[in-house]
Write a protein that binds this ligand. Structure first.
Ligand SMILES: [Zn+2]
Length: 74
């Protein structure tokens, strides 16, 4: 899979990473450290020099539109 280089946005508490799918904002991932696991199911891993590898890892049931939805409507 291809790595994509994102430019971190500078914030008060350090660089920020904005999920390009859902626009949630996270601290920029540290090189070779834990990936960001976005709520929308995409993982972003910093593989060094700011290059981010994107990987979609849906939660169980999350990728299947026919799967029952939990935690909604109450
Ligand atoms: Zn997201």
């Amino acid at each position: 899979m291809a790595a994509i280089t994102y430019t971190p946005q500078q914030g008060k508490s350090g660089p920020k990473f904005t999920c390009p799918r859902c626009q949630r904002v996270y601290p920029y991932p540290v090189d070779y450290d834990r990936p960001i696991r976005c709520e929308c199911g995409w993982w972003y891993t910093n593989v060094g020099h700011g290059a981010i590898v994107e990987e979609f890892r849906p939660r169980i049931g999350g990728s299947d539109p026919d799967a029952p939805q939990y935690g909604e409507g109450t």
